[in-house]
Design a protein around this ligand. Structure first.
Ligand code: PEP
Length: 255
């Protein structure tokens, strides 16, 4: 059973209470659509308020700690995100990997902690420009995914909830994030096919339904082409998710 396309906005370290007006506009527009699943990941400070403000879209965190609680100043646990009303969390974003030295093993542990707390999880992977230029992109990203995915035991079905409803992957070339540059459709298709193979190797048949999102400079003009590329199950959107108008241009292309 294949799920609807999944379009997720990552607000990064942007957004104050006034920005929730954009989220409300997105929520109202999504409520009139069918056949697409939408989520927004605001900064931690807005999660509870966003939960109160929306009904048709999912609410997510941009990171979580591996522990449920404890002496970790400045961190937020997956259980706390769930308590604040989050449905999902993004882990392993390249900005976390670069700014905070997060390893694949840590990303895996965070994904497992998120699933244990009842959140669904989006695991991000992607190559640098140097890795793309040296022809290593598929090998590097495949290895990254193998080492970042939650174990089959952690990611298994819970009751009626299937693996693909608890886990998504986002392929985000580091060099495409926030730059206005995107890979060719052929490169996106090839990478998504490689990642699908890794998901099936990791989880068997269940891995074939897990959505693999594309992320990196998606905007209303390029969304239709990217989202209709074989193997692309949705989009992870940074800058263009801060305005309802541009984000809905992307969501409309997915539906
Ligand atoms: C991101 O950082 O997840 C992202 C895709 O950013 P942008 O859309 O701004 O390139």
């Amino acid at each position: 059973m294949s799920l609807s396309p999944y379009v997720v906005g990552n607000w990064k370290m942007n957004g104050v209470r006034a920005t929730l007006a954009e989220a409300r506009a997105i929520d109202r527009a999504v409520a009139r659509l069918t056949g697409v699943e939408v989520g927004l990941a605001p900064p931690f400070t807005l999660i509870a308020a966003l939960r109160e403000a929306v009904t048709a879209i999912g609410v997510g965190g941009q990171d979580c700690h591996v522990a449920a609680k404890g002496a970790h100043t400045g961190d937020v646990s997956a259980a706390m995100l769930a308590d604040a009303g989050a449905d999902f969390v993004i882990v392993g974003h390249s900005e976390r990997r670069a700014d905070h030295g997060e390893s694949d093993a840590l990303v895996r542990a965070k994904a497992e902690a998120a699933l244990a707390a009842g959140l669904s999880v989006i695991v991000c992977v992607g190559e640098t420009e140097a890795q793309r230029d040296s022809g290593e992109a598929e090998a590097v990203v495949s290895r990254q995914l193998d080492a970042s995915l939650p174990s089959g035991e952690a990611a298994g079905e819970v009751g009626e909830v299937k693996l693909a409803e608890r886990l998504a992957v986002a392929y985000e070339p580091v060099w495409a994030i926030g730059t206005g540059r995107v890979p060719s459709v052929a490169d996106v298709e090839a990478m998504h096919a490689a990642l699908r193979q890794r998901l099936v190797a990791a989880y068997g048949e269940g891995g074939s339904d897990v959505r693999v999102l594309y992320g990196g400079s998606v905007n209303p003009s390029n969304a239709a082409e990217l989202l209709s590329t074989p193997g692309v199950g949705g989009a992870l959107v940074g800058g263009a998710s801060l305005s309802a108008e541009s984000f809905m241009g992307i969501v409309a292309a997915a539906g």
